[in-house]
Design a protein around this ligand. Sequence first.
Ligand code: TPP
Ligand code: MG
Length: 759
Amino acid sequence: MERPGAGAAPSRPVNVYDRAAIVDARFRDRVLDWSGTPVRRDPAGPVAAGASLTGADLVELFESQMLSRHLDLYSRVLRSRNEGFYTIGSAGHEGNAVLGRLTRPTDPAFLHYRSGAFMAERSRHMADIDFVLDTLLAQVASADDPVSGGRHKVWGSAPMWVLPQTSTIASHLPKAVGTAIGIRRAHKLGRTPPVPLDSIVVCSFGDASVNHSTALGAFSAAARAVYQQVAAPILFVCEDNGLGISVRTPEGWVEDAFARRPGLRYFTADGLDLVELDRVAREAIHACRTLVRPVFLHLRVVRLLGHAGSDVELEYRTIQEVEATEARDPLLRSAQLVLGAGLLTPDDVVERYEQARRRVEQAAERAVRRPRLNTAAEVISAVAPYSPDRVHEEATRPADPSSRHRVWGAAERFPERGPRRHLAALINLGLHDLMAKYPESLVFGEDVAQKGGVYNVTINLWKHFGLARVFNTVLDEQMILGMAQGLAYVGLLPIPEIQYLAYFHNACDQIRGEACSMQFFSRGQFRNPIVLRIASLGYQQGFGGHFHNDNSLAALRDIPGLVMACPSRGDDAVGMLRTAAALAKVDGRVVAFLEPIALYMTRDLYEPKDGEWTFAYPAPDLAVPLGEGRAYDEDARDLLIVTYGNGVRLSLRAARRLAAERGVRARVLDVRWLNPLPAAWIGRHAADCGRVVVVDEGRRTGGMGEGMVTAVVEHAPAETRIRRVSGEDSYIPLGPAANLVLPSEDGIVEAASAVLDAG
Ligand SMILES: Cc1ncc(C[n+]2csc(CCOP(=O)(O)OP(=O)(O)O)c2C)c(N)n1
Ligand SMILES: [Mg+2]
């Protein structure tokens, strides 16, 4: 459909759907048509009576706005040439330049995807950064993109403390709150945070995003912190354009939902008017920084050029509405301010606008010639860094004796000199030693402090290390995991606990979408090392039903870069915890440490009171390296049983029966590390024995069994015979029926007989 674009010069026929061309042309036309009388202002003085903004500031802000706009316009050109791959822009939101200017480049920023002008302003502080070229390198997915190395178009920069965000709206809010709390917490613990102590955290998002449960949890946690006298200097910035793609935000909703919310200071400004915005943003930033508490800055903006380049706004908005919105273009408002204050003439403005266009065009032509990612190895190099020697060295480095003495008292009371204990007790002792070794470590979660956790695993930690290091959190798993990421960014070592595996699933995206993707999207420039303990798996004799016996591992297994550890006995757990902490410290890794609840208090293996499932505490210079499993009865060659967690104890019992009933000697492998699986090691043992039973407490579909069978297929001779015993594709029911859907000793013996009898 061709007709003269409304508002564009009639001599210039344009496609009514090409709003970018229309907005672009209208800007120049309106500026050149300007017929006001300037009131000349000294660039060094206020730009209007009573304004906090000077003329010189205004001109620079305006330049940043124009650069951001041209990046949006050119993203469409690159897209049409199939050379650019991202067209979500900042048009209409360019007022956020003010926040880029008024905050410091050391104020950590978690930004909305419409933050081009913010970035342009923040980069003014940085001599070595070419914001325009860097943005274009990201748009064209060049390997030279300084943030993600061509893995995504994100707003991010290590030197400017802008942490790259994923496209999942609202998912960045919990970690932003965690960072805000972490800065002072780190200082309180005697650490030097990587940013000044009076930093604030900037966290921006759209108006539709405020409704997301992830966002609401973060607002709640930040506001609640005020009631606990916990410093949480976070500046929430809601850039309210009234739309979430095509869905309207009801008039007045954001204001009414946040203006009177306890614990949040609310400010609002016309985000199109740099003079008003500068005044209000100064107040909001000042309040946040000096009161050290959360502030909600509500900016009323517009969205121009649709949601993204592919969005045809006219499908859900009338042309009149679109034109009325375009008439409110913030660049036109800034131009009017600049012209009205006599800082530039209309010709100057257009000249600068065209200069910005040329700068973007020239940078784009350079960007498209820069290298792309060419191999899978290059892409994944940022997913899971691993330095085995350094990790092992770190894991086996004991805490200095004086800090151990402080925890345990005399050397005779060091736990390695104590009796054999069950899993829960040994993990508890291991955590004490880890906290002694790493003064920057924190243990937190629901009920972990005075109560010591539901299963006493964290008992007494708070007495030794204080409530600043061992603390109960708000009951929100997304916030616990967000807090972990935020604390990690300021140099702390988070050891959060999730009370049950089912409740990890409740917040999985914080690990899947956020924590584990950070090194990928920042080429390792930002890391969020975390040792995440989760009480897991089944076999509580039907007690508590599914939610306390969750055996679903699929959602963890496929998270790129996530290490999964699952000890079956206390000494292994301690050694694996040491490696988990070392992986976090050395390589910035996220480790999910799955603790089988049913084994926490288990003491016996074969007979009541045999005490064979209690173990001695390993000396502090011992650790279990990543990927190293444990083999029981390595000389056995009749049968191999490959398993983990509760399956280890079941399999050892089944092996004893097989020996007694059939005279068969079975070797049992506890893989210990579920991801990455020690596949070649499994294959080697399978080759030795020729017959394999895989015992997987997880579900038949998506549990660990599929991976363990694949390990045998890929790493053992083709004639190796395999049977699999696994959980059913079901939730675990309450009461004794639980055993019907979980692998049993009988089931293992049966599978073993089948594989042995199969010839
Ligand atoms: C969790 C999640 N759900 C859906 C989407 C798809 N999506 C991307 S942007 C968007 C609308 C966001 O609107 P708003 O927060 O107002 O920001 P705006 O784009 O208007 O600036 C949606 C639904 C997403 N990115 N993340
Ligand atoms: Mg919106």
